[in-house]
Design a protein around this ligand. Structure first.
Ligand SMILES: Nc1ncnc2c1ncn2[C@@H]1O[C@H](COP(=O)(O)OP(=O)(O)OP(=O)(O)O)[C@@H](O)[C@H]1O
Ligand SMILES: [Mg+2]
Length: 249
């Protein structure tokens, strides 16, 4: 990745962070306004309906309504931003599937080492035939980094923690002729949901964090990259994530 590309990513990430912080603050301002108006309305509830009381009541009712509307709008905006829907414009380029994995592995190695997680790469970067797909580097990174950080968290209590990554060129099989498949799996506990699909629903979290990561991953892989992302509980234990991408001809 070039320095300019790196800068674009960092600018984008810090912009999103800044927007979220702003919105968070504005929501709290709206909350204060709501609280204040409600307090005053409560206090004057028992007062006789003279001119002054009627005027004050009208004013604070108006401000209460305004603050509630504002808060609602801000909450919606916040959820849009956090789901990555307000983001840099999507300008797909041709990317190398092995390349994006290597990129994410390079970035995540440090944090995996921290926790002594063994990383097993089940592919040979040099000999794997080029698998190119249409996507964007920043978003590809977002997806892989979320999966890595989820796995790292899930592995915190596991003995001999392990993450395995496989890359499969399905052009060589009859299965799905134009598809490249990434499989990332880890030993560790199963997904804490009733169904595997729940993992991709926004705000579903088994770990006290936001629960948006996999919903964002699905949006990127399926809506933007036109591929498929799903999860499974392998017979051998742990959790596996599958990403399938349509390859360029
Ligand atoms: N490899 C895994 N092993 C076990 N549980 C997992 C694994 N990956 C995800 N999960 C569970 O799925 C939940 C949803 O993950 P997701 O990435 O959508 O959200 P999050 O990590 O909780 O929050 P965010 O990514 O928004 O910070 C996690 O909270 C965790 O409980
Ligand atoms: Mg996550």
């Amino acid at each position: 990745m070039t320095v300019a590309e790196e800068d674009t990513i960092l600018n984008h990430l810090s912009l999103v962070e800044e927007i979220v912080r702003e919105l968070d603050h504005d929501i709290r301002v709206a909350d204060t306004m709501i609280q204040g108006s409600e307090d005053i309305l409560k206090k004057i509830r028992s007062r006789p309906d003279d001119d002054t009381t009627v005027r004050i009541r009208a004013r604070y009712n108006e401000s209460l309504e305004y603050a509630r509307e504002q808060k609602q709008k801000l909450l919606e905006l916040m959820s849009t931003v956090q789901q990555g829907k307000i983001a840099a414009p999507y300008n797909p380029t041709t990317l190398d599937l092995v390349g994006i994995i290597n990129d994410a592995v390079t970035i995540c190695t440090g944090m995996l080492d921290d926790q002594r997680i063994e990383l097993l790469l089940g592919y040979d970067a040099a000999s794997t035939q080029k698998m190119m797909f249409q996507g964007d580097q920043v978003r590809a990174r977002t997806v892989l980094m979320n999966i890595f950080s989820n796995m790292r968290r899930a592995l915190s209590g596991t003995e001999n923690p392990r993450i395995r990554i496989g890359i499969y060129d399905l052009r060589e099989s009859q299965e799905r002729a134009d598809t490249g498949r990434i499989v990332m799996s880890n030993n560790g506990p199963r997904l804490p949901f009733d169904t595997l699909e729940d993992a991709f629903k926004p705000y579903k979290s088994g770990s006290g964090s936001k629960g948006l990561g996999l919903a964002i991953c699905r949006d990127i892989i399926e809506e933007k990259f036109k591929g498929r992302i799903y999860t499974a509980h392998p017979a051998a234990g742990g959790v596996a994530f599958y990403i399938e991408l349509p390859l360029c001809r």
